[in-house]
Design a binder for this molecule. Structure first.
Ligand code: NG1
Ligand code: MG
Length: 453
């Protein structure tokens, strides 16, 4: 699509891109050749299970990360952000490195570039000048970082004329965020590429695929920011949970005498046993004890020394962890996976699906908070308030430990819901801040490139 045609279809985006292009010209003294954009997302249900191999149910936001790009005749890579709080980056497309110890914002761009270079065997990537404009709230569980990876991956593919399908792009980008050290699943990158306007998606993995989910009429999904920020790559919270799930999968495989070398995720154990999710929940209840496991006990069961456990099952930033709440984490994963399928089923029911959807969302929050311990007191308080003010269901979305909640609010209660939150959780904010912290959005479209003609 060309940029000018946006004038007819999406004036707001057109105006925003005119400003972005203006900033590009100011910085680099030339016009960009194209703009690549990738949306953030809100996950409706299915939290912390994508990296265990289970399906999740997100929708894309209309907010996105947009990159104005021009290739240059050298190999110089220059990255700038219209928000001057983000520092400039200058590097070289043939020699850049990604720092996973304390990742700066532009490392997400480098991940996207590197992902395309490596997957498509590109040896002659040109230099690029890039100006970034993000409208996804940051560190809020709305996937701003993955959107940046995806927009950069897409820009790189476009700049080198790689013809990749959306599915291929999603697959590359979901793996390349690991360069930064976070061992996430593929939900964020997949929905960013596979989203379709007006539609939520059931995203499934191995192989990656997506099914449309039409959300029922009569209610809206409202996103509310707890205003507690959590930068996933800066802490070990996230990878600790990934580690616990990995250890739980190995322990279950061992108890069930499965070939452990074939087991990476809890989903693998489930698939190899060929039973239903109810049986998996029951199995965890029967086999695992409540108190945390330690490296010694894990090693004993798996026939490994403590050192081997650390080497084979822990990540760089979780190597010091010695307490694994396997029962709680595995119970969350299997029961949350069950809730996702239920949610999709209920969406296609005609009689009063909203109450049931709300219940599933509440159960999901409860499980994420109590069993997975991925919430925080502000998110627990905010979801409670949302329910009190009329939401049928409310849960945190994304990785958690801060960030946003998503609530299902009947359309006729929307005004009073927003009004009540304004004077309770957000009493100290001004109107501008409030408009950014609380918003509702219909499912947006997927990533794309606009050409500057
Ligand atoms: P966010 O909220 O963007 O940090 C992370 C993971 C997802 C998924 C969710 C929890 C990345 C890029 N994203 O999302 O894959 O595991 O947490 O459901 O790692
Ligand atoms: Mg993220």
């Amino acid at each position: 699509m060309d940029l000018e045609s946006l004038k007819e279809t999406n004036v707001e985006r057109y105006t925003r891109y005119k400003t972005l292009i203006g900033k590009f010209v100011e910085k680099f003294n030339e016009d960009p050749q194209f703009v690549s954009r990738a949306p953030g997302r809100v996950n409706l249900i299915g939290e912390h299970i994508d990296y265990c191999g289970y399906s999740v149910l997100p929708m894309a936001l209309t907010q996105d990360l947009s990159l104005a790009v021009r290739t240059n005749s050298s190999t110089v890579l220059r990255v700038s952000n219209i928000n001057s709080a983000f520092s400039d980056y200058i590097g070289d497309t043939t020699t850049f490195t990604i720092n996973s110890d304390k990742p700066a914002w532009f490392n997400y761009i480098l991940c996207g570039i590197k992902g395309i270079i490596e997957s498509s065997n590109i040896s002659n990537l040109p230099g690029m000048d890039i100006m970034v404009d993000g409208s996804v709230p940051q560190a809020a569980g709305l996937s701003s970082s993955s959107a940046l990876v995806c927009a950069a991956g897409l820009a790189t593919a476009h700049a080198c004329n790689c013809s990749l399908t959306r599915l291929e792009l999603a697959d590359i980008c979901m793996r390349c965020e690991h360069y930064i050290g976070t061992q996430g699943g593929g939900m964020d990158q997949s929905i960013s590429f596979l989203a379709q306007q007006g539609m939520a998606k059931l995203i499934s993995f191995n192989p990656l695929r997506s099914d449309n989910v039409v959300l029922p009429d009569g209610a809206v999904f409202v996103v509310t920011n707890s205003c507690v920020t959590m930068k996933k790559a800066d802490t070990a919270h996230f990878n600790t949970r990934v580690t616990e799930c990995k250890v739980a999968a190995q322990m279950l495989a061992s108890w069930k005498s499965l070939d452990r070398s074939q087991v990476k995720t809890l989903g693998d154990v489930h698939e190899m046993l060929g039973v239903d999710l109810d049986s998996m929940v029951k199995m965890v209840e029967d086999l695992m004890h409540d108190h945390p496991y330690n490296v010694g006990e894990v090693g004993q069961q798996l026939g490994m020394s403590g050192e081997e456990v650390k080497e084979k099952l822990l990540f760089k930033n979780t190597s010091q962890v010695d307490s694994f709440k396997l029962k709680q984490r595995a119970t969350h994963v299997f029961s949350e996976a069950r809730r996702v399928f239920k949610f999709k089923e209920v969406c296609s029911e005609t009689t009063n699906p909203l109450v049931k959807l709300g219940e599933l969302m509440n159960e999901s929050h409860d499980s994420c908070s109590r069993l997975y311990e991925a919430s925080c007191k502000e998110l627990d308080q905010l979801t409670e308030l949302c329910r009190k003010h009329g939401a049928l269901g409310s849960r945190f979305t994304g990785a958690g430990w801060g960030g946003c909640a998503v609530s299902l609010v009947p359309s006729d209660k929307l005004n009073s819901f927003i009004g009540s939150l304004r004077t309770s959780y957000y009493a100290n904010m001004n109107d501008d801040e409030f408009a950014k912290a609380v918003f509702f959005t219909a499912p947006g479209g997927g990533a794309g490139v606009y050409l500057q003609l």
